[in-house]
Write a protein that binds this ligand. Structure first.
Ligand code: TA6
Length: 305
């Protein structure tokens, strides 16, 4: 049995994943983008801008945009590359992954076209498996070099988390790491705090992070546990009020209820020889956290027994 495919009001295809405990996820072929993840209590876990634009060539501001083959504007392509601005297809050949054939998993693919070669001169196949289970959303991105020469690329899964109030959120797992600060000429700094909290714009690429990162929403008593493989870095971004006003597809107050923590391969771009394939993995679990003034034992949340 496959996932449910419905049509949006504008006719664009939307795939609805479901699993037995009642959580759902919704995916658009446009951008290969998860645009909704609701838990069994029908609470939306991902942020979607109140002014999101859902048609080409704009990327949809919310959910989980795929940034490929470039991150930010550190290259000749559009911001965050072109993958999130293109129409993907259902992938009927997800090998070497076993076929999914269940309502909680979908396989998508984006293949380079001759037209694409004019902007990025490399033949590729970008695949994404999106799999929903109770309290967990797993994304498995893969990039295959189908060209006759090697190429390198950056990659990120931009996770727009829905939070109750950004000033009540902490991120654990990035302490003591070096990071590039996009607000300070991308210079390299070292994180001094034992957890990241938010009182202004933040735009950092943390380097060579641990596998596990926790995003703790005190007000909702909810922790997102993020585990990633094949993507060494993590981006943390919130535009805050001033930058938010410069983004036409972001509501002026939206910054208060969003936080981007992305799985990313940025500092060391991935290099593929002809016919090699890179595979990443990102799992996000939701955990009820009875955090109250330091009671949450982060060693347990992050699995350090
Ligand atoms: O976090 C990196 C970054 O480039 C920020 O500087 C900001 O521009 C953000 O991504 C948003 O990018 P987008 O293209 O989604 O508006």
């Amino acid at each position: 049995m496959s996932p449910n495919m419905i049509r949006d009001s504008d006719g664009s295809p939307r795939i609805v994943l479901s699993e037995p405990t009642g959580s759902t996820a919704e995916v658009l072929l446009y951008g290969g983008q998860v645009v909704s993840w609701k838990n069994e209590r029908r609470e939306e876990l991902l942020f979607m801008s109140s002014k999101a634009v859902r048609k080409p060539p704009k990327a949809i501001r919310g959910g989980m945009p795929v940034c490929f083959p470039q991150f930010a504007n550190c290259g000749s392509l559009e911001q965050h590359g072109f993958a999130r601005n293109k129409l993907w297809s259902l992938d009927d050949c997800p090998e070497p992954l076993p076929p999914a054939n269940n309502p909680s998993t979908v396989d998508l693919v984006l293949k380079s076209t001759e037209e694409d070669l004019k902007t990025w001169p490399h033949r590729f196949e970008l695949r994404l498996r999106i799999s929903l289970s109770a309290g967990k959303l797993t994304l498995i991105p893969r990039v295959r070099n189908t060209d006759s020469k090697a190429f390198s690329f950056m990659f990120a899964l931009r996770n727009y988390f829905s939070v109750s109030d950004i000033s009540e959120v902490r991120v654990e797992g990035l302490e003591t790491l070096d990071y590039f600060d996009n607000l300070l000429r991308k210079e390299r700094y070292t994180e001094q705090a034992d957890a990241i909290s938010f009182d202004g714009e933040i735009d950092r690429v943390y380097l060579s992070t641990p596998t596990k990162i926790a995003i703790i929403d005190h007000e909702k008593k909810r922790t997102f546990e993020m585990r990633k493989e094949g993507m060494l870095d993590a981006v943390v971004w919130n535009p805050w009020d001033k930058k938010a006003k410069t983004l036409p597809d972001l509501g002026n107050e939206d910054y208060k209820t969003m936080l981007c923590v992305d799985s990313a391969a940025i500092e060391s771009p991935i290099v593929l020889k002809p016919f090699e394939e890179w595979k990443g993995r990102q799992e996000i679990c939701t955990v009820s956290s009875s955090y109250c003034s330091g009671q949450l034992d982060m060693r347990k949340v992050l699995g350090f027994r």
